[in-house]
Design a protein around this ligand. Structure first.
Ligand SMILES: Cc1cc2nc3c(=O)[nH]c(=O)nc-3n(C[C@H](O)[C@H](O)[C@H](O)COP(=O)(O)OP(=O)(O)OC[C@H]3O[C@@H](n4cnc5c(N)ncnc54)[C@H](O)[C@@H]3O)c2cc1C
Length: 506
């Protein structure tokens, strides 16, 4: 944190820095907030760099200061202040023009070079329109930056096949915490490459990533089916993610929902478009208060005959044991499918719930613990829903590169659980404090009952919490920190390391 008396000195020195980009001391409030809306920590200044050289200059400047910190801010879609720098410097990375820098043919296949501050939605539209290719692994929502998701993992319904986004990049350009600009990959500076992937912004700022791509399909058949029993849902979902590629869908996800007619938490949330009809009789066909929806999608091309697509879908669905007559499906363009959350975003913005706080909780829960999780959490603590999606779907560990900084629970199969709470500022609903307390209750229930899990997009306030999170990877993580950001100036909002004081601005 910068002291008041240092601010004036810093301002003067900044003026001499010869940045090609700009520095803003006034409109900094946005960088002190995030999507979570739970914390506010305005920075001293926001830097808009013109490229890696500016980022390096800013880091070198901070290194010479007694206690300045530097946070890269992607699109600020963190929940717990991870992209903030209290009275420090925020580097605003978002740069739409960087969406696609180059199309390259790498040893690992076709790839695109994209800027660290590019939004995935821009990468998608430009890749498809300019090259007819598309990245293989996505997040559900694409208003996130490349650097922001690669600092975590980046997961969605394609992860079972291609691994997270961190498994789908072959090269990075990174500006480290010492101000050095380094190209890294599996074969070159590999230690930096793997530590930065999933590294929570601790070792360097990603300025460019080489992302693997494949020919983009034109169309998608998007399908939802419902289960009343959790064990049948998990058996089918796990079977889909472990079958050979030709025997499965191209996307597999799922969510838990309440067996009611509640528009947000109940059956209406299963419908794929507002015109679809559902029978209120569904509610009484299962006595279970909580049900499970398996969500799958199949890619195809416009030239494919519709009966061929129907036959393929029928064959794949024929092996599943969902509740009779609970099949909902639509066909849509590939880009519209990947941008499906954008429509929900528009509606949420219009209703005021996009900008209200989001006390979200994301976990990876091992296959051995997921039934207990269902019993303790979905069927008990969250049996009335959470005012938003409760995602639960399996992924295979073998698709993850364990050399990255991401930590996972044990076993080959584990589940992503995402509790995506929306609070309505205009309706009487539980306070944000109560919802945060409920998140703690869920974590405590998991710990008390010995469940094997890890937080995804982790957030801890103590070193002890981080040590437990990283387990036997902690000493390696600390070693990488001392190597690539020895003064601990980067990503202070993660609250993992404390800035090492240096001699002062000179
Ligand atoms: C609506 C919504 C939907 C989401 N859906 C998914 C999903 O489907 N799957 C999934 O995996 N995640 C999902 N997330 C979580 C999301 O991936 C993370 O919160 C991600 O960090 C957000 O990206 P951002 O660009 O906003 O990053 P920020 O919030 O701006 O930054 C996150 C962290 O990364 C660091 N950082 C940012 N840019 C860089 C960079 N260039 N180099 C190094 N460090 C950097 C920051 O300092 C900070 O510590 C979702 C989040 C939201 C709000």
């Amino acid at each position: 944190m910068l002291q008041q008396e240092d601010e004036e000195v810093a301002r003067r020195l900044f003026q001499d820095m010869d940045l090609e980009g700009s520095i803003d001391y006034r409109s900094t409030a946005f960088a002190g907030r995030d999507f979570g809306g739970l914390h506010a920590s305005p920075p001293f200044a926001v830097v808009r760099p013109s490229g890696s050289r500016d980022i390096s200059s800013v880091i070198r400047f901070a290194l010479k200061s007694p206690n300045l910190t530097v946070a890269a801010r992607g699109n600020g879609h963190s929940i717990n202040g991870q992209a903030m720098a209290n009275r420090g410097l925020v580097i605003d990375m978002k740069r739409p023009s960087d969406a696609v820098i180059d199309f390259v043919r790498s040893d690992a296949g076709f790839a695109v070079d994209v800027g660290g501050g590019a939004l995935w939605e821009d990468v998608l539209t430009r890749c498809v329109s300019e090259f007819g290719f598309s990245p293989r692994s996505w997040t559900d929502y694409l208003g996130l930056t490349v650097g922001g998701t690669l600092s975590n993992a980046g997961v969605s319904g394609q992860t079972f096949r291609y691994g997270p986004q961190t498994s789908n990049v072959t090269e990075l350009e990174v500006v480290t915490g010492t101000g050095d600009t380094v190209i890294c990959s599996d074969g070159q500076n590999s230690e930096l490459f793997f530590s930065v992937l999933g590294g929570l912004g601790q070792f360097g700022i990603i300025t460019r990533a080489r992302v693997l791509v494949q020919p983009a399909p034109n169309m998608v058949r998007w399908i939802r089916v419902v289960y009343s029993e959790f064990d049948e849902f998990t058996r089918d979902a796990e079977s889909l993610i472990t079958r050979p590629e030709s025997e499965s869908f191209d996307y597999v996800e799922g969510f838990a929902f309440v067996n009611s007619d509640d528009p947000v938490n109940g059956w209406p949330s299963v419908l794929l478009n507002p015109d679809q009809l559902w029978d209120t009789g569904f509610m009484i066909r299962s006595a279970s208060p909580v049900l499970y929806c398996l969500e799958v999608a199949l890619h195809y091309n416009k030239g494919d005959c519709s009966s061929t697509v129907d036959t393929r879908v029928e064959r794949l669905l024929g092996r599943l044991r969902f509740m009779e007559d609970t099949l909902f499906q639509v066909d849509l363009n590939y880009i519209d499918f990947l941008l499906r959350v954008k429509e929900a975003e528009k509606q949420a913005k219009a209703n005021g719930i996009w900008d209200a706080p989001h006390p979200w909780l994301n976990l990876f829960v091992s296959k051995t613990s997921i039934e207990d999780f269902d019993r303790l959490v979905f069927k008990e603590i969250l049996k009335d829903g959470i005012g938003g999606p409760m995602l639960v779907y399996p992924i295979s560990r073998s698709k993850w590169d364990e050399r990255t900084s991401v930590v996972l629970p044990d076993g080959e199969i584990f589940y992503i659980v995402a509790l995506l709470r929306f609070t309505n500022p205009y309706q009487k609903s539980p306070s944000v404090r109560d919802l945060v307390a409920q998140n703690h209750e869920i974590i405590e229930a998991c710990v008390r009952n010995g469940l094997d899990f890890k937080l995804y997009l982790p957030h801890y306030n103590t070193e002890e919490g981080w040590k437990q999170h990283f387990g036997d990877r902690w000493s390696w993580f600390e070693e990488m920190k001392s190597k690539y950001d020895p003064m601990a100036i980067l990503a202070p909002g993660q609250k993992i390391f404390t800035r090492n004081p240096s001699c002062g601005i000179n």
